[in-house]
Design a protein around this ligand. Structure first.
Ligand code: MG
Length: 179
């Protein structure tokens, strides 16, 4: 089967909203980063499917529930005029619940979206702030962009990444230059 749709996979914390060391699970803490709404509008105008793929191990740790994650997703969609196409999250953590191929750096959630939306990975991208986002993207063969300087806590630039930027808006410019 020929897969022809192009997509941008988006990590959530540190790409769309401000990251916090002690987890983002309340709307009050869900601070959308500068330029994100504009970036989403530009990507949609250029016919990209937008799919959020996020690790939410705070669920495994009992800090919050899947309902909290859904509430944040609903809020994000409202702020972005419902332009994001889908949202997948991995609730697992190996030390608290189980290993999971859904949790980045593994790529099961990306693979599910690729199958569901018939995504052509050669013309698709992942934007993340963590090395594990980039590794997950590499596994499915999309181009990779790391947002630097937004992650709460230490994160070194990934040497395996295709591009590094400071924001989703900057990432969007690179994506649009490579159409
Ligand atoms: Mg992140």
């Amino acid at each position: 089967m020929l897969f022809t749709n192009k997509a941008v996979f988006l990590d959530r914390d540190g790409v769309l909203n401000k990251d916090k060391v002690d987890y983002v699970y309340k709307i009050d803490d869900f601070q959308i980063l500068d330029g994100v709404i504009e970036a989403i509008e530009i990507l949609k105008k250029n016919s990209f499917l937008l799919v959020v793929i996020t690790n939410q191990s705070g669920i495994a740790k009992g800090i919050y529930t899947d309902k909290d994650v859904q509430k944040c997703w609903q809020y994000l969609q409202e702020q972005c005029n419902f332009l994001i196409d889908d949202h997948y999250f991995a609730p697992h953590h190996p030390k608290y619940t189980s290993e999971s191929l859904s949790r980045k750096p593994d790529s099961l959630l990306l693979e599910k979206a690729i199958a569901k939306y018939k995504i052509d990975t050669k013309n698709s991208w992942i934007v993340g702030d963590s090395r594990r986002d980039i590794e997950a993207g590499k596994k499915v063969g999309v181009k990779t962009i790391q947002v630097i300087g937004t992650k709460a806590g230490e994160e070194k630039p990934s040497e395996i990444v295709d591009y590094q930027v400071n924001s989703l808006l900057e990432a969007t410019k690179i994506i649009c230059q490579n159409l």
